[in-house]
Design a protein around this ligand. Structure first.
Ligand code: HEC
Length: 115
């Protein structure tokens, strides 16, 4: 009688362990996917600037698109915030900057700023 009870308990325990291991693998997988998705999100936010400023902020100075890869993250962030608030004038940047949340501007600045 007692051994049957123990047997059942062991089965429950191993079932629980199997479920636990399965779940922790799933969540590890999800975390890895999340990190990839976050990276992709950060890169694609910064990529919206490439249309005009060129890939990785190299700029197309001859076409009136200023170089922005010479700025640090802090300088980029300050400039974008100044465009957003209207403190700094421009043709296109004031409108563009308003389209991003402060958090997104921080991400973009981190992504493109000179290291
Ligand atoms: C549609 C084209 C276009 C896009 C897209 C664009 N910019 Fe600009 N950017 C300009 C132009 C043109 C200027 C010159 C200021 C003006 O006229 O608004 C400028 C100026 C700047 C400057 C000031 C550079 C300096 O040294 O004076 C910064 C910083 C900047 N952009 C950052 C960004 C970032 C970051 C993004 C992406 C979120 C971005 N820009 C997207 C066209 C663009």
């Amino acid at each position: 009688m007692e051994s049957i009870q123990m047997h059942i308990n062991l089965r429950k325990l191993s079932l629980g362990l199997a479920v636990f291991l399965g779940l922790s693998q799933v969540s590890m997988f999800a975390a890895a996917q999340n990190a990839d998705a976050t990276k992709l999100y950060h890169r694609s936010l910064a990529a919206t600037c490439a249309n005009c400023h060129g890939t990785d902020g190299k700029g197309v100075p001859e076409a009136g698109m200023p170089l922005i890869n010479n700025l640090t993250s802090q300088q980029l962030l300050d400039t974008m915030k100044a465009y957003k608030s209207g403190a700094r004038e421009g043709t296109i940047m004031p409108q563009l900057a308003k389209g991003y949340s402060d958090e997104q501007l921080q991400i973009i600045a981190n992504q493109l700023g000179k290291k």
